[in-house]
Design a protein around this ligand. Structure first.
Ligand SMILES: [Zn+2]
Length: 300
């Protein structure tokens, strides 16, 4: 079964031009509002087959208190608000079988909510994580306050405005005729190989980041680079930029620090890896954009 890449489907209308203080206050007191709650970085789900992360606003009464709230947007006529609670708030749900508190990666892997909710959960997690870690002004050190319905923090002391960050990561399938390059990191599941990836640096194009990372990690020179697709990756706030790159050289070298192995795979290898019938190697995780990149490549 082919599942969609996780976190890419987000049906919310964001209303980004209407993020004034009233938008958040109105949404927070609207009885129709769907509440997305994170205890620290763990979403609270209503259990079910599948469950849901869209909780009635009365859920706030179950929490020992809460911190920042963000107006995420609307789903039809329902406002959606994300609420940050302390990590200890998870304990209020531990003995209640109607709820589950699960990390967002497992929610995607296990399909615990409909695929459409994964995108808005990624949005909620990245934004609330940013609020959690940016309570002080990077310019002058004074405490900052939430603004623009949760999409900005303002410093009352020096007037600086701070915006939520998204960190770009290039992830690339490097090809050479009928072969593609994949590597494995020590933390990967046994037998799994995946696309090479790395952070885009300031002042660097996406194409150059693909070329630099591939040369640094595997010693392969890359020529033409083509953008394929992207995936929000909320751990905590990356955007994975999926590319295909054409190798100009074939000899792989790696230092063993970042990668413990890198090798060329034939299309036949990759087909069997995707089917789970390869004796030696496994494909990248089905929730990840790397799986999509190799799946598209073997089609042609
Ligand atoms: Zn300041």
């Amino acid at each position: 079964m082919t599942r969609p890449i996780a976190y890419i489907t987000n049906p919310l209308v964001r209303h980004s031009a209407e993020r004034d203080p009233e938008a958040l206050a109105n949404a927070a007191r609207d009885p129709r509002t769907a509440m997305v709650v994170l205890a620290g970085d763990l979403p609270v789900l209503q259990a079910g087959e599948p469950g849901t992360s869209l909780l009635p606003s009365s859920i706030l009464g179950r929490l020992p208190g809460h911190q920042e709230q963000v107006f995420l947007g609307t789903l039809g006529d329902r406002p959606v608000v994300a609420t940050l609670a302390a990590p200890e708030a998870a304990e209020s749900f531990l003995d209640d079988p109607a709820f589950a508190v699960v990390d967002l990666r497992s929610i995607a892997v296990r399909g615990l909510v409909p695929a459409e909710e994964l995108g808005l959960l990624a949005m909620a997690k990245s934004l609330l994580d940013w609020h959690r870690r940016h309570r002080f002004c990077a310019n002058c050190g004074a405490p900052t306050q939430l603004a623009q319905a949760g999409f900005r923090r303002d410093c009352g002391a020096c007037g600086a405005q701070h915006f939520p960050r998204t960190d770009p990561v290039v992830i690339m399938l490097i090809t050479r005729g009928d072969k593609c390059l994949m590597g494995r990191q020590p933390r990967f599941a046994e037998k799994m190989y995946s696309c090479l990836a790395g952070f885009l640096e300031p002042g660097e194009t996406i194409e150059d980041a693909v070329r630099r990372e591939t040369f640094e990690e595997a010693g392969i020179r890359v020529g033409a680079v083509r953008y394929m697709t992207s995936q929000p990756w909320p751990f905590p706030s990356n955007i994975m930029i999926g590319c295909i790159g054409e190798a100009l050289t074939e000899e792989i070298t790696f230092d063993g620090e970042e990668l413990e192995d890198a090798r060329w795979f034939t299309k036949d290898d990759v087909r069997r890896m995707l089917e789970g019938t390869h004796e030696q190697f496994d494909a990248p995780s089905p929730i990840a954009i790397a799986n999509h990149l190799v799946r598209e490549w073997v089609k042609n």
